[in-house]
Ligand binder design. Structure first.
Ligand code: NCD
Length: 438
């Protein structure tokens, strides 16, 4: 079988698996317990930080992580100071900077940018935030903060609130929580919900169910008394079988996010969902950890900082140690390995599929042909391999039998991944020399 190329590095929370996360949690404790042991681990190594968007916590905690491990840093903090401002292609910048460092940490306003960087350098790449798509190391520190408070993840319930459309931290965290068996309640600001195809992919990937739940506070926050729930299969919840939408009794954590104004997000209607100090007296929030990736705006008032439930400063405090664990696994696998991440396929370019429909996809800014990858076992979906948007594929051909089938037909499901040839229209396949069905 022809092996499809995969991307090196950490680009998406979709690459996490339970073995990786459990070993990662243990490693962060080891580092915190015996920091001296790690002080020289990256001696002689150089890590380049290219931040083409503002950052305080992510950049400084990465730099702190490298320095505490004895390595050296190169840093770009202003995209206007690089050749990108002269029109240099991201691929070229990646190629060059990759020659100056042993690992690249990259933040960029376009969805999928770190994956392009990884395709043009031979050193590992860590995504430090790509557009609205993902921020996997933020998810690692978010989960690390939770793991220190919760004896187990399975059976817990967390709310994701605010700008789910443009907020990459919530999107990444949703993958991590689903992987660990946590029930996720979605509390998007009006007009700032994520695409249904994104949610469908998480549901399908983990075999979760979509449910509804209600609570009077939901209306105050989002304008709607009901909220969607991504429910792990097998989660016992007596109320589920009632016809009525069950009222949620308690949240174990609430993850607030700010409005991503710089990505074009605006508030519609009553206002942007946030917490008010008096709401903390509601039984729903009695033992609810309050989380935020920071920076915060009005959604998280300063009065909450002294509350025992506030976890956001602890999240930020864990940034360096979480990043130390990842850097060690990538640069010192000999001494400090972690179980492998599940790699993302690099994808295959297919000009006939046309441009990616996502206007913020890195392919659009960089003039690249959209590469595709395929996900789902029972129901296949073709995605842009760079920004994960759904591609309009209705037919698939088999490169070995030269037959073409409707995408959801049993015959199409039997085609092995390396033989798949996606088409938008049946006619395109026939013109390309494929025969119909059979
Ligand atoms: C977040 C980001 O950049 O996505 N910040 C961070 O890394 N802690 C969240 C945000 O900017 O809203």
């Amino acid at each position: 079988m022809r092996l499809l190329p995969v991307l090196e590095g950490l680009h998406s929370a979709e690459s996490f698996n339970v073995e990786f996360l459990e070993a990662f949690f243990r490693r962060t404790r080891e580092i915190e317990a015996r920091p001296v042991e790690f002080r020289e681990s990256l001696r002689g190594r150089v890590v380049a930080h290219v931040f083409e968007e503002p950052s305080t916590r992510t950049r400084l905690s990465f730099e702190s992580a490298v320095l505490r491990l004895g390595g050296s840093v190169l840093t770009v903090t202003d995209p206007k100071s690089t050749s990108g401002a002269k029109g240099e292609a991201l691929a070229d910048t990646a190629h060059i900077v990759g020659g100056y460092a042993d690992l690249l940490v990259w933040r960029h306003p376009r969805d999928g940018a770190s994956r392009v960087v990884a395709q043009h350098t031979s050193v590992p790449v860590i995504n430090a935030g790509d557009g609205r798509l993902g921020h996997p190391t933020q998810t690692l520190l978010d989960l690390c903060a939770l793991e220190r408070r919760w004896p187990a993840f399975a059976g817990r319930t967390i709310g994701l609130m605010g700008d789910l459309k443009y907020g990459r931290t919530a999107r990444s965290l949703a993958w991590g929580l689903a992987l660990l068996g946590v029930r996720v309640v979605l509390l998007p600001a009006p007009g700032l919900d994520w695409e249904s195809s994104f949610e469908r992919r998480i549901l399908d990937h983990f075999g979760m169910r979509l449910r509804w739940t209600r609570h009077p506070l939901f209306r105050v926050w989002t304008g709607s008394p009901e909220a969607r729930v991504l429910e792990p299969r097998g989660m016992i919840q007596g109320l589920l079988f009632q016809d009525e939408v069950p009222t949620l009794e308690r949240l174990d954590a609430l993850y607030l996010t700010r409005l991503q104004r710089e990505r074009g997000a605006t508030v519609i209607g009553e206002g942007y969902p946030g917490l008010q100090p008096e709401q903390l007296r509601d039984p729903l929030l009695e033992s609810c950890l309050l989380m935020h990736p920071l920076p915060r705006r009005e959604e998280l008032p300063f009065e909450l900082d002294r509350d025992d439930r506030a976890l956001y400063f602890e999240q930020a405090r864990l940034g360096p140690v979480a990043r130390m664990a990842v850097l060690l696994a990538m640069l010192r696998e000999d001494a400090w390995p972690l179980p492998s991440l599940t790699p993302l396929p690099a994808g295959q370019p297919e000009a006939a599929l046309g441009a990616c429909a996502n206007a913020n996809c890195v392919t659009r800014a960089e003039g690249l042909t959209t590469p595709w990858r395929v996900v789902g076992a029972a129901r296949r979906q073709f995605l842009c391999a760079l920004c994960d948007s759904l591609l309009p594929v209705d037919y698939v051909g088999c490169r070995s039998t030269l037959r073409v089938h409707p995408i959801h037909s049993p015959a199409a499901l039997r085609i092995s991944p390396e033989n798949l040839h996606p088409f938008r229209e049946r006619e395109e396949a026939l013109e390309a020399g494929y025969a119909w069905g059979g």
